[in-house]
Design a protein around this ligand. Sequence first.
Ligand SMILES: Nc1ncnc2c1ncn2[C@@H]1O[C@H](COP(=O)(O)OP(=O)(O)O)[C@@H](O)[C@H]1O
Ligand SMILES: [Mg+2]
Length: 125
Amino acid sequence: MIAVAIASLSGGQGKTTASLFLSRLLASRGYPTLAIDADPQHNLTTYLGLELQPNQPTLLEVLKKSVPIEDGIYPVEGSDNLFLIPSDDGLDAAADYLPIQQRCRRYPVAAPPRTCCRSLQILYH
Ligand SMILES: Nc1ncnc2c1ncn2[C@@H]1O[C@H](COP(=O)(O)OP(=O)(O)O)[C@@H](O)[C@H]1O
Ligand SMILES: [Mg+2]
């Protein structure tokens, strides 16, 4: 499995656009692809055409483990290979459910001296 984190420290940098086109490209080339919308603005969810009912699970419920991850994965219409874990406004509350943040409100991070997925995850949080 290859995980690609598309992150930047400000808005309007093309994260959603890159996620959308990369997901569609990989799926169109036959790779089963899971897009994950980790932005409470949920533009990727909107662009992929998913309209959620308020009671349907999103990335927030997956992170809270209140549903199995499978329940948070939706097929994207029109593509056999593309799936999405969507988000909605409620994802703003996600930090409250991360175990480390329940225990500590400040946490200095010693990141490795190179660019890698883990470094990007650390920066994104
Ligand atoms: N490669 C690109 N070239 C030109 N415009 C782009 C490119 N990628 C994104 N945009 C435009 O930049 C704006 C912000 O893109 P978006 O993907 O919403 O950014 P982000 O998700 O980082 O906030 C949008 O209007 C989008 O159409
Ligand atoms: Mg965006």
